[in-house]
Design a protein around this ligand. Structure first.
Ligand SMILES: CC(C)(COP(=O)(O)OP(=O)(O)OC[C@H]1O[C@@H](n2cnc3c(N)ncnc32)[C@H](O)[C@@H]1OP(=O)(O)O)[C@@H](O)C(=O)NCCC(=O)NCCS
Length: 141
């Protein structure tokens, strides 16, 4: 039995005979499991406490509740099977449940897979460069 702080029963998904769960591991870390196998993870924080995000770049950033997405990933052997979609959908759902206004992240511009994934889920770019900064207004989804 894993010792997790919390387990989100509403994030349990049955797929064939497997159960996919999105679980809170500690204050900032969440993981995606198929049955007992960890397949992906993400680190979420208050973007205003993060050195990574420049508040002046995003309109109204300072008036909103903003979470930053960091180190999101699916383990290599599970990539390309739709689990990135499931992980990001769960992050969006969790954020909405916590009444967060915006999600922000930075991704290497050359990381086509990740950029496509974020665009597919409605993220827009607010600064481009080697790192592309993107945000999602949670009122729009
Ligand atoms: C980026 C990542 C999270 C995507 O997860 P995944 O499970 O491989 O992606 P999925 O199979 O769920 O695909 C979801 C979407 O991602 C994009 N995508 C996935 N693989 C892709 C590829 N080979 N080429 C282009 N776009 C791709 C597509 O938009 C895809 O949607 P579609 O199938 O409807 O076209 C995963 O590849 C990963 O962990 N990569 C390494 C770590 C990383 O780069 N993390 C992001 C840091 S910001």
């Amino acid at each position: 039995m894993r010792k997790h702080i919390d387990k989100f029963n509403d994030f349990i998904l049955k797929e064939n005979k497997s159960t996919i769960t999105f679980e809170k591991i500690n204050e900032h870390t969440y993981k995606l499991f198929i049955d007992n196998n960890e397949i992906g993870s993400v680190y979420l924080d208050n973007a205003k406490d993060s050195v990574m995000f420049d508040k002046t770049l995003l309109p109204e950033f300072s008036n909103k509740k903003v979470w930053g997405i960091h180190q999101m990933g699916i383990k290599p052997k599970y990539q390309g099977k739709g689990y990135g979609d499931i992980l990001l959908s769960n992050i969006v759902k969790l954020s909405k449940n916590n009444e967060i206004d915006l999600l922000v992240l930075g991704v290497l511009s050359e990381n086509e897979k990740a950029v496509n994934l974020y665009k597919k889920h409605g993220f827009s770019e607010y600064k481009d460069g080697v790192v592309k900064y993107m945000y999602l207004d949670l009122k729009s989804v």
